[in-house]
Design a protein around this ligand. Structure first.
Ligand SMILES: [Zn+2]
Length: 142
C-alpha cells in the first residue's frame, strides 16, 4: 500500500497508530519483524514514539527500505524509543550512509514536539523528560 506525505493522518485520537501502521506497511522489508499476521496494529502504536516524530521516521524508513531492497542482509530496527527527550533508533547493523540518514532523522526529531510535531519553542521538559512545543507543554501541565 502506498500513500503520499499529504495523506498522513493529522487528526483523530489514534493518528499515531494509523501513521505507524502505514510506515510499517510501506517498508515491509525494514519492519518485517514488526509484522505479525492477524495482529491488530490499530490497538497500539507499533513504533512506540509519539506522533510528532513519525514524519522524520517515515522519511528515514523510506531511505532504509530502498537500501534494503538490494542489500544482502536487511538493516532493521532492533529498538526505537525516546530517551531523555531524544529519539534513539537502534539497528541490528549499519553503515556510514545509514548512520548519516539516521543522524538527520534524530536531529529533525530534536526540533519537533514529540506529541504534535510542532516546532514552536520546542524544548525538553523537566522531570519525566519529553521534547515538546510550547503548546503541548502547557496542556501537559494542566
Ligand atoms: Zn506539541
Amino acid at each position: 500500500m502506498q500513500f503520499k506525505v499529504k495523506e498522513i493522518p493529522t487528526k483523530g485520537l489514534h493518528r499515531d497508530r494509523v501513521f505507524a501502521q502505514k510506515i510499517i506497511e510501506e517498508c515491509p522489508i525494514t519492519y518485517e519483524h514488526y509484522i505479525t499476521p492477524g495482529k491488530d496494529y490499530l490497538k497500539y502504536n507499533a513504533l512506540g514514539v509519539g506522533f510528532g516524530w513519525l514524519l522524520p521516521i517515515y522519511k528515514f524508513s523510506k531511505k532504509l527500505e530502498e537500501y534494503n531492497t538490494t542489500a544482502e542482509e536487511a538493516a532493521r530496527p532492533a529498538q526505537i524509543k525516546e530517551k531523555f527527550g531524544t529519539l534513539r533508533y537502534y539497528l541490528n547493523w549499519t553503515t556510514d550512509e545509514i548512520n548519516d540518514w539516521m543522524g538527520e532523522c534524530e536531529a529533525e526529531c530534536s526540533k519537533r514536539c514529540e506529541y504534535c510535531g510542532g516546532t514552536d519553542r520546542v524544548q525538553p521538559t523537566g522531570g519525566w523528560v519529553k521534547n515538546l512545543c510550547v503548546n503541548c507543554r502547557g496542556k501537559r501541565q494542566k
